[in-house]
Design a protein around this ligand. Structure first.
Ligand SMILES: *[C@@H]1O[C@H](CO)[C@@H](O)[C@H](O)[C@H]1NC(C)=O
Ligand SMILES: *[C@@H]1O[C@H](CO)[C@@H](O)[C@H](O)[C@H]1NC(C)=O
Length: 494
C-alpha cells in the first residue's frame, strides 16, 4: 500500500510530509504533556494535600514523564469511553419480589444524620458552600459516576472510596438515584454545629461526632487498605474469626491488650502508654512499628494473630479508627475507651451488651477494674465478647452496601435540584480506576468486584428521633453505672 502511494506522488512531497508530520507530532506530544500536567486523578496526580489536614505529597517517580502523560490521558479520558463491556458479566437481577429483611437498627441514624436538611432541603447553594471543605465531589447521573477532584487524599483513600461507590452501582443497577455529594477524605469532622447553625453544610466523610454536621459514610478500608496489608472486610473478618478460635477463652492471656500507633496526636493513646503494666493495670500496650513490620513481611501485624487475649482495648486515634471493627471481631471482651467520634456502624455497639466501656478520664484504673470484673464473671465476659464478634459478622459487605444505598437514597430525596456533573468533572468507571491502580490495588479491586444482587436492599425503618434520644440516654446510663463500679480508683485519681 505505502509503496504504491509514494509511487504515485511527486518525489519532493515525501520529505515535506514527513517533516510536517514530525512537527505536528512534536506539537501533539507537547500538548499532551501540557494537558497531562493539568489532569487530576484519583491516584493523586496534580493534586495538593488538603490545606486543613496536611500530609506529605505523593510522589510518582517510577515512570518517565512521557509515560505518565500518556497514562493520565488514557486512564482519565479514554478508559471509560472505550471500556470492554464483557467484564464483569452484568446479569439482570431477578425482580425484587424477594422479601427484603429489615435493616439493622443502627441504620436509623441515617435519618438523624440528615435531619438538619429535613425542612430546608439541600440546594445547589448548600453544595457550593460545602465545596470549600471538600476533597472531591461525586455526581451520579443515570447510573454513571462523575468525580470532580479538588485536593489529594492520603494514600489510596479516594481511589477505594470511589471504587466502593462503583461497586454499589454494579450491585444495584438502576436503583441508585441521581445525586450530588461533597466528600472530604481526611479524619476529623469539620462542619461545627454551632458555627454552621444557620446554614448546615452537607459534607460526607468517614466519621462524625455530636458537635458536627458531617455525615458518616463507610470508609475505604471495607474494600481494603493495601498500604497496611489490610484485606477487604469480608476476607479480613473471616481471617480474624478463624484466628480467634485458635485459643479457647481459658487459654487466652488473662490481661488486656492493645497494639497500634501511639504517635497520632491522640491524648487517649498517649495516656494509654501509662497503663503498660500487666500486674498493676492488667494491660499490655504495644507499639506498632510499621517499618519493622514491613521488613518482617507483616507477620506480626496480622490482625488474625492478635486475638490471643481475653480483653482487647480500642483507643481512637487522631479521630475514629478503622481498627475498631478488627478489634471487636476478635470475640474477646472489647474494652472501648469511650470515643468522641462515631463511624456509621459504631453506633450499633451497646455497652455491656457487646463491649465494655472504659472511662476516658481514668483510663488505667478503668481497664484494671474491667479486667478484674471479667475475672469474677468469666462466662458473662465471654458472652459479651461473643456478641461483639456476632455484631461484626452481621455487618457483612451486603449490609455495608445497603447502608450506602439508603444513605444516598435518603440524601437524594432532600436535593432540591437536578444533579448535573460540572464541566470539570470526569466520568470514572472500574476500567479507569484499574488503569490508574498499581498491581496490589488491582488485586484488591478483583477481590471486591460486586455483581448485581439477587435480593433487594434491606428495608429501612422510618425516622424516629425520640428513639435515637432514648438510645443515647440509655448508653449514658449504662456507662455511668459501669464507672460507679469503680469508686475507689476514681477517688484515688482525683
Ligand atoms: C464550634 O464553634 C463554636 C462557635 O464558633 C466554638 O465556640 C466551638 O469551640 C466550636 N466547637 C468545636 C468542636 O470546634
Ligand atoms: C510494654 O511493656 C512490654 C513488656 O514489659 C514491652 O515489651 C513494651 O515495649 C512496652 N510497650 C511500650 C509501648 O513501651
Amino acid at each position: 500500500m505505502a509503496s504504491r502511494a509514494t509511487a504515485r506522488s511527486p518525489s519532493y512531497i515525501l520529505p515535506s510530509v514527513v517533516a510536517l508530520s514530525l512537527l505536528s507530532l512534536v506539537v501533539v506530544v507537547y500538548k499532551v504533556d501540557d494537558f497531562a500536567t493539568q489532569t487530576k486523578t484519583l491516584a493523586g496526580h496534580n493534586l495538593d494535600p488538603t490545606p486543613w489536614h496536611l500530609f506529605p505529597p505523593k510522589t510518582f517517580s517510577d515512570e518517565t514523564l512521557h509515560d505518565r502523560a500518556y497514562k493520565l490521558i488514557h486512564c482519565s479520558y479514554l478508559a471509560c469511553r472505550y471500556r470492554n463491556n464483557d467484564i464483569p458479566e452484568r446479569r439482570r437481577p431477578p425482580s425484587s419480589s424477594a422479601k427484603a429483611p429489615e435493616c439493622p437498627n443502627f441504620f436509623r441514624w441515617i435519618h438523624h444524620d440528615l435531619e438538619p436538611w429535613a425542612r430546608t432541603r439541600i440546594s445547589a447553594a448548600h453544595l457550593e458552600a460545602a465545596k470549600q471543605y471538600a476533597a472531591f465531589r461525586v455526581v451520579i447521573v443515570g447510573g454513571k459516576l462523575y468525580v470532580d477532584l479538588y485536593w489529594a487524599c492520603v494514600q489510596s483513600r479516594a481511589m477505594f472510596t470511589i471504587w466502593g461507590l462503583l461497586q454499589l452501582l454494579a450491585r444495584y443497577p438502576d436503583r441508585v438515584p441521581d445525586v450530588d455529594i461533597m466528600f472530604d477524605c481526611m479524619d476529623k469532622p469539620i462542619i461545627n454545629r454551632t458555627a454552621h447553625e444557620s446554614m448546615p453544610l452537607p459534607l460526607f466523610r468517614y466519621c462524625t461526632d455530636e458537635d458536627h454536621f458531617d455525615i458518616p459514610f463507610p470508609d475505604w478500608s471495607f474494600w481494603g487498605w493495601p498500604e497496611l496489608h489490610i484485606y477487604p472486610w469480608n476476607e479480613q473478618f473471616r481471617n480474624i474469626k478463624r484466628g480467634s478460635k485458635e485459643r479457647s477463652w481459658r487459654k487466652k492471656e488473662p490481661f488486656a491488650y492493645w497494639k497500634g500507633n501511639p504517635d497520632v496526636s491522640s491524648p487517649v493513646r498517649t495516656e494509654l502508654l501509662n497503663c503498660n503494666d500487666t500486674k498493676m493495670w492488667r494491660a499490655q500496650i504495644m507499639r506498632q512499628d510499621w517499618e519493622a513490620e514491613a521488613r518482617a513481611g507483616y507477620e506480626q501485624s496480622k490482625l488474625s494473630n492478635q486475638c490471643n487475649h481475653r480483653y482487647k482495648i480500642y483507643a481512637e486515634g487522631y479521630a475514629w479508627s478503622v481498627s475498631l471493627k478488627y478489634i471487636v471481631s476478635c470475640g474477646s471482651l472489647t474494652l472501648i475507651i469511650t470515643p468522641q467520634y462515631e463511624d456509621f456502624f459504631s453506633r450499633g455497639l451497646i455497652p455491656r451488651v457487646n463491649y465494655w466501656p472504659i472511662s476516658p478520664n481514668a483510663i488505667c484504673p478503668s481497664i484494671k477494674s474491667a479486667v478484674d470484673w471479667g475475672h469474677g464473671h468469666q462466662s458473662e465476659a465471654k458472652e459479651i465478647g461473643q456478641r461483639g464478634q456476632d455484631f461484626m459478622e452481621s455487618l457483612s459487605m451486603d449490609r455495608v452496601y445497603d447502608y450506602m444505598f439508603h444513605l444516598i437514597t435518603e440524601y437524594s430525596k432532600l436535593l432540591d435540584f437536578k444533579p448535573v456533573p460540572p464541566d470539570s468533572a470526569l466520568e470514572v468507571c472500574a476500567e479507569s480506576l484499574v488503569c490508574l491502580a498499581d498491581p496490589k490495588q488491582i488485586q484488591f479491586f478483583k477481590k471486591t468486584t460486586a455483581y448485581p444482587s439477587a435480593s433487594p436492599p434491606c428495608t429501612l425503618q422510618s425516622a424516629d428521633s425520640n428513639l435515637i434520644k432514648r438510645w443515647r440516654q440509655k448508653k449514658k446510663e449504662i456507662m455511668k453505672a459501669v464507672e460507679d463500679m469503680n469508686p475507689k480508683e476514681r477517688r484515688r485519681l482525683n
